[in-house]
Write a protein that binds this ligand. Structure first.
Ligand code: ZN
Length: 397
């Protein structure tokens, strides 16, 4: 059987699968597209909510790879790792792609702090640039640059802001990288700051990449937080023309380094964004999806086991106000149009977000029933997945 391996800069697509039953449909969708798939992809948060271990996620993917006789490269992504303690279980299970999320160390207030506050923060003992010598060195690196770069140039304010906003996060990523390097020889390494409250400017993206490179971190992808809203399971919300220009600037930063690709998280259903990614990021991109495969499972149940689906929907409405807390979603229960027939409900913006973020509650309560119903209707589930993902992948040709 073909084992997962690092895929480096080849264009790739992440198929998160919270139920352990979606890989056959993912294989059918990705076959012949030229994209390298990530079949096992689960974050620590998702594993906590689905009650699965990194090993189980890997075993489910491997079983499907073997059954389908998939013989092309594929990867396995240990997603949104937050601490070094998260690493060993994924290393032992054979993951090949490690995504580190230093979001807890990003100082979002830096975006609005006045210069005097930024200067205090830079000089504080927690700052990696706290010693005057370090700051002088940083200024020498970044302030001497000329301004002909497509993504702009630093002045004293923007350099202070970048250093405060991302300094400790960069330090944390470097620590995670060095620990991982002791555990594993070769791997794909991604930095994700996509779940922070404030967007990553192209200049800050440059700062992150340059500081990581200077500290010896070799990474293969980076997921900035882009402008606008990338909510779960629905299309982009925001100004597409502004995003178009911003993506061009981020592409200029990656072109400057040439050592990694850009990564888009919450990539499910971002149909209006994919053409922009192709335009600016060309043959070097990574996209992650996860919950949309769960929504296709629910679409399958809505058609084949409507009584079970109705119970999942009722629970979702009840749990949404609580379960939404750790996600970027804006749906409100009161806004779901009343009287939507079953398959149409799965296409409604509000219903999709509600169902999307309440998966943990649904699996806790109905997990066994959901899985056995899907096994029974596997052909329908595969067909729904294939159709839904083809809509995504066709845009990346
Ligand atoms: Zn993410």
């Amino acid at each position: 059987m073909r084992l997962p391996a690092p895929i480096s800069l080849a264009s790739s697509f992440g198929f998160g699968d919270r139920l352990g039953l979606a890989t056959p449909g993912h294989i059918a969708a990705v076959k012949g597209t030229g994209l390298t798939p990530i079949f096992a992809q689960q974050s620590v948060r998702e594993n906590a909510r689905t009650g699965r271990t990194p090993q189980q996620v890997m075993d489910d993917a491997k079983r499907a790879v073997e059954a389908a006789k998939w013989d092309e490269p594929w990867g396995a992504d240990a997603d949104h790792l937050k601490t070094v303690d998260n690493l060993p279980a994924f290393v032992e299970a054979g993951y090949t792609f490690f995504t580190v999320d230093p979001g807890a160390y990003v100082d979002n207030a830096a975006d609005t702090d006045p210069l005097s506050v930024l200067q205090e923060k830079v000089a504080s003992p927690e700052s990696p640039y706290g010693k005057g010598r370090d700051w002088n060195e940083l200024s020498a690196v970044y302030l001497k640059q000329n301004s002909d770069k497509a993504f702009g140039a630093f002045d004293s304010v923007t350099l202070h802001r970048a250093a405060v906003k991302y300094g400790r996060a960069i330090q944390h990523v470097a620590g995670m990288y060095h620990r991982l390097s002791q555990l594993k020889e070769t791997f794909d390494f991604e930095i994700s700051v996509d779940e922070t409250d404030t967007p990553t400017t192209p200049l800050e993206h440059y700062f992150i990449s340059n500081e990581l490179t200077r500290s010896g971190v070799r990474f293969t992808s980076l997921a900035p937080r882009f402008i606008g809203r990338f909510e779960k399971g629905v299309d982009y919300i925001g100004d597409l023309a502004a995003l178009d220009a911003e993506m061009a600037r981020h592409a200029a930063v990656t072109a400057h380094f040439g050592t990694y690709k850009l990564s888009l998280h919450s990539g499910s259903d971002k149909f209006s964004v994919y053409p922009l990614m192709v335009k600016h990021w060309g043959g070097r991109l990574h996209i992650k999806t996860a919950g949309t495969s769960y929504l296709e499972a629910l679409r399958t149940l809505a058609a084949t086991e409507p009584a079970l689906f109705e119970r999942i929907w009722a629970l979702g409405l009840e749990r949404y106000p609580t379960d939404r807390a750790t996600y970027h979603v804006s749906a409100e229960v009161g806004k779901v149009p009343s009287g939507l027939a079953l398959p149409a409900l799965l296409d409604d913006f509000y219903a999709r977000e509600i169902l999307h973020v309440t998966f943990g509650s649904a699996l806790m309560q109905f997990g066994t029933e959901i899985k056995s119903a899907l096994v029974k209707h596997m052909d329908d589930y595969n067909a729904n997945l294939q159709k839904h993902f083809r809509k995504h992948l066709d845009l990346l040709k």
